[in-house]
Design a protein around this ligand. Structure first.
Ligand SMILES: [Zn+2]
Length: 115
């Protein structure tokens, strides 16, 4: 199962429109690879997975959080490479004399200013 998205608001299973959002259900092919994405309302996602609706919501939230963290990590690496020609955080800390938290807030500021 993937995360929750508010970009798609129609349940693919029952066609119910104007939902607050849908849960991404990932169908695996015979080899176990991600094959096709489906977007179900939480009620249908619960029915399809055999989970409670509460568990579906919790899992979707967890996945979305993990994805956001992975994306930030990826962007932080790119940012370090672009600005300091290394993705070694310790090297950047040594180079700039900034603390790790200061470096992170600098990164976040840059990230938001270019979006
Ligand atoms: Zn539905």
């Amino acid at each position: 199962m993937g995360g929750f998205t508010d970009q798609i608001t129609e349940c693919e299973l029952c066609g119910k429109p104007e939902l607050r959002g849908t849960v991404q259900m990932i169908e695996l092919d015979a080899d176990g690879n991600d094959d096709q994405d489906h977007y179900f309302g939480t009620t249908c996602a619960a029915k399809a997975s055999g989970w409670t609706q509460k568990k579906v919501k919790e899992e979707a939230k967890r996945v979305a959080g993990a994805k956001a963290a992975a994306e930030e990590k990826r962007l932080f690496t790119l940012w370090k490479l672009e600005n300091f020609q290394t993705d070694d955080t310790q090297a950047v800390v040594d180079m700039t004399g900034l603390r790790y938290t200061e470096l992170k807030s600098l990164f976040r500021r840059d990230l938001h200013s270019c979006l």
